[in-house]
Design a protein around this ligand. Structure first.
Ligand SMILES: [Zn+2]
Length: 413
């Protein structure tokens, strides 16, 4: 099979014996589309203690096989106004290893329409996060109606803080799970009902199989993260495993994994949210939440294609095709008219993850020692940006916005 790429970086033809100029034979390796990550935190601008920025963050995305990534709005300051969104876009110039999409925070109904002219989507925080307070519940219907009118995707952090507990005898990830219990997640989703017609709802980082089934049955979009699929709450007070929503008890992750394997989870997203090793060394309850994941998401799952019976097409739909469609991007498939954002993967090249081989400035990974398969080459618009674990691109990533609405097809040049 051959893929023909035009001068415009789009796929012109897929087939056998294509005519054309320069040829590149990938040998026994497999050609797949680049992933699209609809949830990452590049922490830019991020104040004095930030351990990430657009340059370092998107380099990890590139090396991990992600060709486009959503940047979430809980930066410092948070992207709650058009001015801040525009100045964030300016900060990206010449610093992006891959493309990014900038989300705005959904906080005030009157700001939604102006923000929609600049943002690629919205994030609704239903529990407090860095510098953003959740909207009052009585305001939700008007906020959601305003967001529905924009036709942009709305990602929701679904945790209702009224169900958070203040005390637990438990420590570590077990205790965190008890303080922010499953009920908080399910109840937050109920608060979004009735879901206004036309709202492009997407529930971020779902951790519970029953919750995933409910959203699936209602036909709404949602994502799960590698950490909630592969890790569980357990004893030990290591705050590197502290994330929001929390890691759940072991049956949740194995049942979620089963759903993922059966293709019942629409989207895989990293929720790349690095924190410094020093901050994570604080006592569990004082340490910040979040873990890095842009560089490791796809490699962890490619290894599971090889070792754990995960179907490659199931993975690619969740990691590339569906997020691209959610975001209105002509990529995520090897098909005519799509951007030639491609990975060359050699499934014989399995490695073990080691923090010192990775490129996160925070210097640690929750997946130390896990098997991984990194893409050998990464192309954006047919141009090589990663070769054998090195970024070889020229930081030509762009700020993207949706190119087509849901239901429309990818424009073919
Ligand atoms: Zn997040």
């Amino acid at each position: 099979m051959e893929v023909g790429i035009g001068d415009n970086g789009r796929i012109l033809a897929v087939g056998k014996n294509l005519s054309g100029g320069e040829r590149h034979d990938v040998g026994d390796a497999v050609l797949i589309p680049s992933a699209v990550d609809c949830h990452s935190h590049f922490r830019d601008p991020g104040g004095s203690d930030a351990v990430e920025n657009f340059e370092t963050g998107t380099r990890q995305s590139a090396l991990g096989g992600i060709g486009a990534a959503v940047d979430m709005p809980n930066t410092q300051p948070p992207t709650t106004t058009t001015d801040r969104l525009e100045s964030k876009a300016e900060r990206t110039h010449g610093r992006l290893a891959v493309d990014v999409l900038l989300y705005a925070a959904l906080t005030v109904p009157e700001r939604v329409a102006p923000l929609a002219r600049v943002a690629a989507g919205f994030k609704l925080y239903m529990s407090p996060t860095t510098d953003i307070d959740p909207p009052r519940l009585e305001r939700l219907p008007s906020l959601l109606a305003a967001a529905a009118a924009t036709r942009l995707p709305v990602a929701v952090h679904a945790e209702d803080p009224r169900f958070f507990r203040e005390h637990t005898q438990l420590e570590g990830t077990e205790g965190w799970n008890a303080l922010r219990p499953p009920q908080a997640e399910m109840e937050a989703y109920e608060r979004l009902h009735p879901i206004p017609g036309g709202l492009r709802l997407h529930i971020a980082h779902v951790t519970l199989p029953a919750f995933a089934s409910r959203i699936f049955q209602e036909g709404e979009s949602f994502e799960v993260t590698p950490q909630h699929l592969l890790l569980s709450a357990g004893r030990g007070a290591d705050a590197r495993w502290k994330v929001n929503p929390p890691l759940r008890e072991p049956p949740a992750s194995s049942e979620l994994w089963e759903m993922f394997q059966r293709g019942l989870v629409p989207i895989l997203a990293s929720d790349h949210a690095p924190q410094s090793a020093e901050a994570k060394a604080r006592p569990f309850l004082e340490a910040p939440s979040g873990m890095p994941g842009a560089e490791t998401m796809l490699p962890l799952f490619l290894a599971r294609v090889r070792d754990a019976g995960l179907d490659l097409p199931v993975l690619l739909r969740a990691a590339a095709d569906r997020p691209a469609r959610l975001l209105g991007l002509p990529q995520g498939r090897i098909a005519v008219g799509h951007r030639a954002n491609l990975l060359v993967v050699d499934f014989r090249r399995r490695t073990e993850l080691r923090a010192h081989d990775l490129h996160a400035p925070c210097g640690w990974t929750a997946f130390e020692g896990w098997p991984a398969i990194f893409p050998r080459e990464h192309y954006i618009d047919g141009r090589l940006i990663v070769k054998d674990g090195e970024y070889v691109g020229t930081h030509e990533g762009r700020v993207l916005r949706p190119e087509f609405a849901p239901g429309e097809s990818v424009p073919i040049d």
